[in-house]
Design a protein around this ligand. Sequence first.
Ligand code: F6P
Length: 349
Amino acid sequence: MPQIAGTFDAYLNQAVALDARLGAAARVLLAVAAAAVEMTGLVDLGRLYGQLGASLASTNTDGDVQKELDVLANDMFVGAFRQAPVAAVVSEEMSEPLVLDSAAQLAVAIDPLDGSSNIDSNVSIGTIFSILPVLAKANGTEAHFLQPGRMQIAAGFVIYGPQTSIVFALGNGQTQIFTLDRRAGRFYQAVSAPVIDRESAEYAINASNYRHWEAPVRAFIDDCEQGTEGPLKRDHTMRWTGSLVADTYRILLRGGIFLYPGDQRAGYNHGRLRLLYEANPIALIVERAAGIATDGLHPILDIVPSAIHARVPLVFGSAAPVGLVARYHSDPQFSARAPLFGKRGLMRL
Ligand code: F6P
């Protein structure tokens, strides 16, 4: 028998006992975990349940075709938030914020099913969430959501993979990973306070967009590919799952850097990922695990959102390579192309 670690409920109770102001956020986390158990049941069944990956006639706020599971997941999580102290929800699957209990203290931004193009491939998918305190005086519901990610009171994601795990940070706490014991239907602590390695030679990027990238990103990836023969003087390896939660989970446990930069494709100048319910929660758990998350240069958590579905370039993971990417963006010596390449070989990292 595996060793039974502490339960999710016990962790939350302890956090609330230390700081009663976290009580409402803890209730939202319990609602996320309950919906995640239900989601796991659906994802586990896959095609036995039906055409979960089947496309519907509708598109979401991203213009992506909605899949049956996207819509089911949205209904499931919104239903769970109706039982929690949630004033309003912003979801990737809904163009406008949904008001639930206007007297409640928290606002939740959620991507109910991230990576849904992977459903039929049996690759890990997830739910990403961000919990914000509502503003005392807000000019309309959207205003509650237009706060920098630093204001998040809790955030994280659920990954539905070989294991279902909830990865989160609550209050000022470090990142925690709790894994679902499917037999018991409960989450138990799997990894307490993971620390992302400072150095890593593993990068994750959709390299098919190479020709669309700006010079700093191209130069960084060129230099990774040059390995020991280039200025980074180290062989690198690459991983890209096409599922943000899976790439994040891997980076939490074994380091690495993830990049979804802005590029020159129409509609991609700020990248693909959404600030409120993708970048902000990932940035919080990465920072609370000793990593860094930026838009290439600036910390993600300091960005004031311009709109609820705004996109942002996202670079996160091990502190050393993420810091290096910022230097490629800020110092022309780093991003200069041939014939300056020879000089880049001389730069001090
Ligand atoms: O936001 C959706 C998402 O599927 C992420 O999970 C993933 O990191 C990214 O998009 C993959 O994008 P692309 O298909 O452009 O590689």
